[in-house]
Design a protein around this ligand. Structure first.
Ligand code: SER
Length: 365
């Protein structure tokens, strides 16, 4: 309903249907220069103006930090419906934005002259299964609003997809870019919908839609919420804090994973890629794959006393059993030069050193 209203709004602004198409194409192609590497002497006003939705989730703060270093602090606005912690509030522009409120989104885009939109708001796999109505609202209605607002204002829009966009009937090791996608979670269904809608808007309205299928993302400073791959973050904190960890997936569950720095760099790289290099608008990206047992053994090289027990959550296990074990990502490597930097041993080394440093800082303060 909201989506229909907003598209009608766009048609009213631009005139008839064909004129809408022309107007959007024009804005979209002129905004493509933002994606090129710019000389360092560029002023803040030459840079894209970026809005990140769902900014207080696992990835928003880290992405804002990376984009602010590149485009200037004031050119990247983090947003969420929650109040940010002090360090986030003081690190750069932060505003309230509700992706379910189209008027609020439009005001933000217009008042801040937004040119790129990174849409991180989403309800993840495990939480989605416990609240399907919420997942539908946020992941589907919210997505419609984002695509419509981006089309209406000629924005470049990045929407993450996921390993969860595949299901038990997809080839799993590795999972190709193009194959059967019949996920069994509302999260997965909503992400296939996002891929298809984004690509449809790209072809129909020349929307500059860009999408990566993220593996499970592992980060030290920010916690994921409600995902099936969350164990691979929690185990590090437990290993350092108590030396005990109870894993909710079976020890042999192999899933694709990626360190956050690789994920955020991939996101910046696809955002900056020249449009003509993107032969596709949705790409797999892969870094490493491991099981809870592999991860435990690698952490035990540094913390030999770590004890892991298994108490399998049947909902999460069923989800993981239908997901890829590895993603085939040669198209991303070919089209825009994707290359991961972190493998399992580098991941473990980096995570443990980050957590140790944050604990020391917390004790000192
Ligand atoms: N990390 C997500 C989840 O586990 C997958 O994209 O739900």
């Amino acid at each position: 309903m909201l989506a229909m209203q907003s598209l009608r709004g766009a048609v009213k602004h631009a005139g008839s249907g064909p004129r809408l198409l022309f107007a959007v194409r024009h804005v979209s192609s002129s905004s493509q220069h933002f994606g090129r590497a710019r000389p360092l002497s560029c002023t803040d006003t030459d840079q894209p103006k970026v809005l990140i939705t769902g900014g207080l989730g696992q990835l928003g703060v880290g992405l804002a930090k990376l984009l602010r270093r590149r485009f200037g602090k004031n050119n990247v606005i983090l947003s969420d419906i929650r109040k940010p912690p002090n360090h986030v509030y003081h690190s750069g522009p932060f505003i309230f934005s509700d992706i379910l409120d189209y008027k609020n989104l439009r005001e933000i885009v217009v008042n801040n002259n937004i040119s790129w939109l990174v849409h991180y708001s989403a309800v993840l796999s495990a939480v989605g299964e416990s609240n399907v109505a919420l997942a539908k609202e946020v992941n589907i209605t919210g997505l419609h609003n984002i695509l419509d607002i981006a089309t209406e204002h000629g924005l470049r829009v990045f929407v993450p997809s996921t390993i969860g966009a595949f299901g038990p009937s997809s080839p799993r090791d590795p999972t190709p870019e193009l194959c059967v996608q019949r996920p069994r979670t509302i999260y997965g269904v909503s992400k296939v919908h996002a891929e298809l809608m984004g690509e449809y808007y790209h072809h129909r309205y020349a929307l500059d839609f860009r999408c990566l299928r993220y593996p499970g993302i592992i980060s030290a400073d920010s916690q994921p919420g409600g995902g099936t791959t969350d164990y691979a973050v929690q185990i590090f904190h437990s290993a350092v804090k108590t030396g005990d960890f109870e894993c909710n997936l079976r020890s042999d569950t192999r899933l694709p994973m990626m360190y956050i720095d690789d994920c955020l760099r991939a996101t910046l790289e696809i955002l900056e890629a020249p449009a003509e290099s993107l032969l596709s608008r949705t790409y797999n990206i892969n870094a490493m794959s491991f099981t809870p047992q592999d991860l435990t053994q690698e952490i035990q090289k540094a913390l030999p006393d770590l004890k892991v027990t298994y108490n399998v959550d049947p909902v999460r296990q069923a989800i993981a059993d239908g997901w890829p074990m590895a993603l085939e990502d040669s198209a991303a490597r070919r089209d825009w030069g994707w290359k991961h930097e972190y493998d399992l041993s580098e991941l473990v080394r980096t995570m443990l050193s980050h957590i140790a440093t944050s604990n020391q800082l917390a004790q000192a303060s």
